[in-house]
Design a protein around this ligand. Sequence first.
Ligand code: PBG
Ligand code: ZN
Length: 321
Amino acid sequence: MRRLRGRLIQPFVKEHHLRKTDLVMPLFIDEIAERPTPIPTMPGQFRYPLEGIGPVVRQFQERGIGAVLLFGIPIRKDPEGTEAYNPRGVIQLAVQRVKSEAPGVLVITDVCACEYTSHGHCGIIGEGPSGMDLQNDPSLELIAKIAVSHARAGADLVAPSCMLDGMVAAIRTALDDEGFQETGIMSYSTKFASGLYGPFREAADSGCGFGDRSTYQIHPANSREALRESEIDAREGADILMVKPGGFYLDIVSSVRAFGLPVAVYQVSGEYAMIRAAAMNGWIDEKTVVMESLICAKRAGADLIITYYAADAAGWLDEEQ
Ligand code: PBG
Ligand code: ZN
C-alpha cells in the first residue's frame, strides 16, 4: 500500500477534492449594529451592519468566496414574525445591496421565522395535542411569504430551515405564482434537533422562549426518518437537499445522495465553536482539523459545504497549490 503514498504520486491518487466552489459562507446581518460586532460564542465571526454589507461581501469574494448564506437579525420581533417578510426588512435590504454591489456572488437566504418571532419558534405557535407548539399549516403561509419576499429582493436561492411538513411545496407554488420560476430552493431537508446550534442561537438571537425544536426537527437516533425527510423534499421540488449538522451525520449524507439532487452539508455553529475553541487553546492544529473535516464531508458525498470556515479554507486551498 505504501507505494501509492510516496510524496510524488500521492496527489495523483487522491480520491476526493475540495474546491472553492464547494464552499458557502454564512453571514449575519444585524439591523441595529453600527460596526461589525464579534459573536462571543463564535470567536472570529461577526454580526455585520446593513451599512457596508456590499463591500464586506466583496471582500469575501476577493478571498475566494463565491456563495453566501444570509441571516437577518431584525430590530423588531412579534409573535407572528411579520418583520421577516417586510420588503424593507434587514434581510431584504441586505440581499438588494449584495446583489447590486457584489453581483458575481451567489446569494442564498435562510428562510425561517425564529429570528423574527418574539417566542423564538420557527413559525406560528398555538395550542396543540401536546401543549403549545409550532402550528404546521398556518406557518406554511408565513414561510411562503418570507420566501417570496427574499426572491423579490433578488435572492438566487431560498433555503427554508423550519422543518415544517410541506414547506418546499408551499414555497415552490408561491414562487411560481409570483413569477419567480427561476428562484431555486435549497431545502434544509434533513435537519436534526441538535445541541450544536447553541452558538448560532446566541449569534442570531433565535433561542426559544419556551420548549425546544424537538417537535419539528429530527431526533439524532433516526436515520430512516432522516432519509424520508429528504426524499419528500426532493419530490416536492427542492433543487438542492441539505444535511445538518455535518460531521456527526456523514452517514446520512452518503445516503441522501441517492435522491439524485446536489447535497449540501452544513458544518454548524457548534462544530465551528468546538474546533475553534480547541485551536485557540493550542490543543489541535486548526488548519489541519478544518481541512480534514471538509474533505471528510466531500468523501461522504457532499457537493456544497456551508461552513463558517469557508473564507479560511479558500485561503488554505490557495496555499496548497
Ligand atoms: C434557523 C436556523 C438555525 C440554524 C440555521 N438556520 C437554528 C436552529 O434551527 O435552531 C443553525 C445554524 C448553525 O448552528 O450554524 N432555523
Ligand atoms: Zn428557525
